[in-house]
Write a protein that binds this ligand. Sequence first.
Ligand code: PEP
Length: 252
Amino acid sequence: MGRRPLVAGNWKMHTTIQEARKLAEAVVKAGADVIDRDIMIAPPFTALSAVFEIVRGSPSVRLAAQNICWAEKGAFTGEISPVMLKDAGCSMAIIGHSERRHVFGEDDAMINKRVLGAFEFELVPVFCIGETLDEREAGKTMEILENQMRSGLAGVTADQAQTVVVAYEPVWAIGTGKTATVEQAQEVHAFLRGLLVSMFEKNIATQIRILYGGSVNPENVDALMSQEDVDGALVGGASLKAESFDRIIHFQ
Ligand code: PEP
């Protein structure tokens, strides 16, 4: 069976509750005619409950958190637990986003704890990996990605792996307007698929969705989505504009 594409919007630290409601309404409207693909939106924590009230009736739109703690509750100031996120309506959580890794210093071990915590509470991790420009220029892209993948998914069972979403986001392409070429994206995605085959069984690895992220926009989405191993997009900037995200959702 083919992999069902996923178009995911990461709103980052944007939108008040009122703005989030408006944007979510537009996404639900845009997704109303969509039957062959999934849509995910990740508003800031403060807007999750309000957005859930808007997306809960939609057959295609799922709600995600932008990060997740591994513990159910306790002394973790500033963190949000999986139970709280489910309570707010989330079924998915972005983990290991490059801004968490590079701005807030989250390392592979912490990201792995978050991934395992999400699984424990039955939330779907959208697990992000990506190389920096220096690493790419030094010819280390695949080595870096392999390390991130193996450490981030350490301890994940084959059953759990079936549901994970992997997002390949080259750091140099996030928020910069520079997109990987379709060939660069497909080359990495094919490598990641092979890596997943070596980590899990082939019939599991071929079901795992691998999203591309990094300056995806209405102009480049069709070409990226035409690649065999590109199963969707994780979209930052362009997901904040209803019209652009509508066009990305309707990639051809
Ligand atoms: C992201 O936030 O994951 C992202 C890819 O951002 P942008 O689309 O703005 O590059």
